[in-house]
Design a protein around this ligand. Structure first.
Ligand code: NDP
Length: 277
């Protein structure tokens, strides 16, 4: 019997940690698989996915910039992927792509189980309205947060996200400049890609206090600017997105293989090697 293929698709994927994470889960659970990184820049997501399926591909993690298209390609969407409007996990069953979104469940699991945080009733500021923000916003609401403010550089995208969430009592949208005057937040979730250019999103007058939970969905160099900003303000609970990355991968692994791997040893290993970079 041939070994089943899985992959991460998007652009760029050359530095993706997903192949390493899934290889570690496979070793831990004794499941035989191959996991590739397939760049979609040249052929696009649809053609790359079709080639991958023809070669025996059974499951794909989809990353920037293809999550929205992935939701469109999937003939069947899970309720959470439908609510998010973006898919990061595709599974081929009987020749049909099923789409799911594990970004939100990954973030919530990281916050609750790794960080020991109770998000219930929190007032949350979500910076960004791209694929990552769309994935995590419904999960934060389902986890019982009290209020969600989505602030994005491009106004229309923040409003589109709020419309899709369809929870007017608990959500509001604004631009980054309009955050000033909205009061204090219990948690700030940095879900923009500004950190890839070493930047902070321009958030005038936003000041966390020592108790504000600050989490950047990015990790490595892309999280440096936001974490430095949080630490400058004396924030005690400031994290990057590596924990979420491992948790969302574990959710995808469970969807594909029916077995949930232990994430902590894989998370610790990634942390150790990030420290050596
Ligand atoms: P998208 O390209 O879909 O969206 C990018 C977002 O960042 C948009 O809201 C965009 O605003 C905003 N943005 C970009 N540059 C700036 C800037 N200079 N100032 C302010 N806002 C800016 O990307 P994703 O949402 O998919 O991903 C966002 C980040 O989250 C990525 O860096 C990704 O690596 C990370 N991520 C981490 C995951 C994890 O598991 N830890 C999972 C998923 C994503 P606008 O709409 O105005 O363009």
């Amino acid at each position: 019997m041939s070994i089943p293929h899985y992959a991460v698709l998007g652009h760029p994927v050359v530095h993706s940690l997903s192949p390493r994470i899934h290889a570690a889960f496979a070793q831990q659970t004794d499941i035989a698989l191959t996991y590739l990184a397939l760049d979609t820049e040249e052929a696009g997501l649809a053609a790359t996915l079709a080639r991958f399926a023809a070669a025996g591909g059974l499951g794909a993690n989809v990353t920037v910039p293809d999550k929205s298209e992935a939701a469109g390609i999937a003939q069947v969407l899970s309720p959470r992927a439908r609510r998010a409007g973006v898919a990061n996990t595709l599974t081929l069953r009987d020749g049909v792509w099923h789409g799911d979104n594990t970004d939100g469940s990954g973030l919530v699991r990281d916050l609750r189980e790794r960080r020991g945080l109770d998000v219930h009733d929190m007032r949350v500021l979500l910076l960004g309205a791209g694929g990552a923000a769309q994935g995590v916003a419904p999960a934060l609401l389902e986890a019982g947060i009290g209020q969600l403010v989505v602030a994005n550089r491009t106004r229309s995208r923040a409003y589109d996200l709020i419309d899709r969430l369809n929870d007017p009592a608990r959500t509001r949208a604004c631009t980054l400049r309009e955050i000033a005057g909205l009061g204090d937040f219990d948690m700030i979730v940095q879900a923009t890609s500004a950190g890839h250019d070493g930047l902070l999103p321009a958030v005038p007058d936003l000041t966390p206090n020592a108790e504000t939970v600050c989490i950047d969905l990015n990790y490595g160099r892309a999280a440096v600017a936001f974490l430095a900003w949080a630490h400058q303000h004396g924030v005690q609970h400031a994290f990057d997105g590596m924990g979420m990355l491992v948790e969302q991968a574990a959710d995808a692994f469970e969807i594909w293989h029916g077995e949930r791997p232990y994430t902590e040893p894989v998370y610790v290993q990634l942390r150790l090697s990030a420290g050596r970079d």
